[in-house]
Design a protein around this ligand. Sequence first.
Ligand code: ZN
Length: 171
Amino acid sequence: MLKNPLFQEILMDITNDEESSFSIIECILKGKTSDEEISKETEIKLTVVRRVLYKLYDAGIASYKRTRDPDTKWESYNWRFEQDKVSEIINKKYESLTEEIERCIKYEEENIFFVCKTNNHRYKFEKASQTNFICPECGESLEYQDNSSIIVKLLNEKARYTSLGKSKDIK
Ligand SMILES: [Zn+2]
């Protein structure tokens, strides 16, 4: 799951620090679970480790258990990585990406487009016809654009998301 590109994106969204988050999670999965252990193992400053962990906690993908040493009375936090929650977030993200691509495909299929060759300004037929097929931005003439390759690209992208979404990676 750590290798899943969407997971990396999600980590970035949550912590704004993909590299540290990644190392910290790896460390927890390896069984080093207290702030101090994680900091020592990853060589990431303790303050950074804590900041990242609390952000992950807020997002629901990390949780902790507080324990107190009976002799020293010293409190420590042991962290857990919530894989199920991550799978859930990833699935939701796949769904919304797929929906977005479907919207784009529909838009491309249902419209006819005209472009100016130099600057690639792009207009729907209705708009292009209003200006007599002259680009309102740069004054060049607008030409019909065959958008079938754009549609193919979008369909490929959708297929890629669908296969990623089904892949075992996220389990
Ligand atoms: Zn133009």
